[in-house]
Design a protein around this ligand. Structure first.
Ligand code: SF4
Length: 282
């Protein structure tokens, strides 16, 4: 029985970078019989990681944990130049599933010359950011997490702003403006990726019609968290749910219309299972 309406934001779910990474690992699983080591996660989705583990994939955070010559996959978030070099030294058989848009960001970081400063708007510790830092052409690197942190930067001669691909487009604009105001000569070529932008804009269009907004995705997915924050910024209570088991009558009390979106790493079957649970939980 259907107890309430669930409206799906479009677009949502898989982006081209995630599709590409999954297609690469599927092909590898068809052709390789032994273990496959996945460095720093393939994509940020708990359900898919569990399926890959069942297929014999081993997830590691450090290239040192991989035996010499082993089959290895670099995930969609990319790795640093140092890791690429270590992998080559260990003769790892590498499949590089780095998203082309992350590669572009790495190249932009590489192009920042030593006399300039690289200002990175991103989340410290996120594998994408670590990979980008590991390609930088300058040693003068400043990571900021909020537009307010622009004020805390030291005096810079020639800052270049780059942005982690999955952040909030609204916050990225604020960082750009703040940096340009403080350093009028700042270069600001960085932006979030188009897939993240389109998913956030879809949430912005739909959220005002809803009593509750649900994002299907895992808690360590940056773009899933940004979608939830986007709905919240529109004044709607919003939650991030990883599975239908997290849907409870308490969560849905008094709710008639739910907006539903999904992270770029959330597969269609997880979105559909969540939609059903949201509609059919009394
Ligand atoms: S969210 Fe953007 S940068 Fe990340 S994998 Fe998808 S398309 Fe690539």
């Amino acid at each position: 029985m259907k107890y309430r309406d669930v409206i799906i934001a479009e677009p949502n779910g898989f982006c081209s970078g995630v599709r590409n990474a999954l297609a690469m690992i599927e092909k590898k699983l068809e052709t390789i019989t032994g273990n496959i080591y996945i460095l720093k996660g393939l994509i940020h989705n708990n359900g898919i990681a569990a399926e890959l583990k069942k297929c014999g994939c081993i997830f590691v955070d450090d290239v040192e944990e991989i035996p010499p010559g082993a089959e290895t996959v670099f995930g969609a978030h990319g790795v640093s130049l140092k890791v690429k070099n270590l992998a080559a030294e260990k003769m790892l058989r590498v499949t590089d599933a780095t998203c082309p848009l992350v590669e572009q960001l790495q190249q932009q970081a590489h192009a920042v010359t030593p006399e300039k400063e690289l200002v990175l708007f991103g989340h410290p510790g996120h594998p994408e950011l670590e990979g980008v830092i590991g390609h930088a052409g300058t040693k003068k690197i400043f990571v900021i997490r909020t537009p307010q942190e622009v004020e805390e930067l030291p005096e810079l001669d020639a800052p270049v702003l780059l942005v982690q691909t999955t952040l909030s487009h609204v916050e990225a604009e604020k960082v750009k403006k703040a940096l340009k105001t403080r350093f009028p000569n700042a270069e600001t070529p960085g932006n979030i990726c188009r897939a993240s932008l389109l998913r956030q804009q879809a949430v912005e269009r739909l959220a005002p019609e809803c009593d509750l907004f649900v994002v299907a995705g895992s808690s360590h997915s940056s773009n899933a968290n940004r979608l939830r924050e986007t709905a919240e910024r529109c004044g709607v209570r919003s939650v991030l749910l990883d599975s239908p088991g997290e849907v409870t009558p308490e969560l849905l009390a008094g709710v008639r219309t739910i907006g539903l979106s999904a992270a770029a790493s959330t597969p269609e079957y997880q979105i559909e299972a969540l939609r059903k649970a949201l509609e059919e939980t009394p």
